[in-house]
Design a protein around this ligand. Structure first.
Ligand code: HPA
Length: 274
């Protein structure tokens, strides 16, 4: 079956199980599962039961789709994403975004845990992504283009929606939450970076580095969705003194920042009420 037909089949399966059609999609990053409490869940579907969905394997990712209301808006939330380093193809990594679009999602909100490479950042900071650099070894749009999904050569002059960035900054200010803004660099992982790599990332304009988000954003923009993305800075790669990073520390720091993240995300969604 071709990609388009798979997307339609999966969307039809989901449609037959949900009560209301989502207009906002949310993808949660590592350690940010607490955000699932910010949604009044109507329907929950495990990834295992969804046709053509890969199965999530990483600790800290539970692997389910939640449908319901957030700030009075119909949302669809992915608790647990698919990473390229897990061995999935780019088509698999980005498939849920395609399905969201087919279901009626117009705005995609993504979160992730990331390493800070900007010297003024601190662990636990939130960073609104204003731009990205794609350093994944494979492009999610490589291969024949299906015009029903988007154009062959998508514009990327404004991948992250300016109005949503402004809205997030206002919500942060109102709630006394410090937010940074910066450029996210997407790498395949699963190794964290060497000291020399962190230094190099800094020189190319990286503020935060991680192993996700970029492929999903590209596919969302290909499909014409509005995108907002935000990182929790869970570790720092900024000094010449090597710091050992563990996945557990990343999860812990992300978990600690989850309430701030929930305030921002629910606020942004409230602003999307039509
Ligand atoms: N590098 C890459 N990915 C990450 C990091 C990091 O330092 N922290 C959390 N995800």
């Amino acid at each position: 079956m071709n990609l388009y037909d798979k997307i339609q089949a999966t969307a039809a399966f989901i449609q037959s199980r949900i009560k209301s059609i989502p207009t906002v999609g949310i993808i949660l990053g590592s350690g940010l599962g607490d955000l699932t409490h910010a949604i009044e869940t109507e329907t929950e579907i495990d990834y295992e039961g969804v046709p053509y969905f890969p199965v999530s394997t990483v600790k800290g990712h539970s692997g389910k789709l939640l449908f319901g209301k957030m700030s009075g808006v119909n949302v669809m939330l992915m608790a647990g994403r698919f990473h390229y380093y897990e061995g999935y193809s780019m088509e698999e990594v980005t498939f849920p975004v395609r399905v969201m679009k087919a279901l009626g999602v117009e705005t995609l909100i993504l979160s992730n845990a990331a390493g800070g490479t900007n010297a003024v950042f601190a662990i636990g900071d939130l960073m609104i992504i204003k731009d990205h650099i794609n350093l994944f070894p494979e492009h999610p749009l490589r291969g024949p283009n299906d015009e029903r999904l988007g154009t062959r050569f998508p514009d990327m002059s404004q991948p992250y929606d300016h109005a949503l960035i402004e809205s997030a900054k206002e919500i942060a200010a109102k709630n006394n939450i410090t937010v940074r803004t910066g450029t996210y660099v997407g790498l395949q992982g699963p190794t964290f970076e060497t000291p020399a790599e962190y230094k190099w990332l800094h020189t190319i304009g990286c503020d935060a580095v991680g192993m996700s988000t970029v492929p999903e954003v590209i596919v969302a923009r290909h499909g014409g969705m509005r995108v907002f993305a935000i990182s929790v800075i869970t570790d720092l790669g900024i000094t010449d003194v090597p710091v050992i990073i563990t996945h557990e520390e990343v999860l812990e720091a992300a978990h600690a920042a989850a309430p701030k993240m929930a305030t921002l995300v629910t606020g942004i969604v409230a602003g999307l009420k039509s």
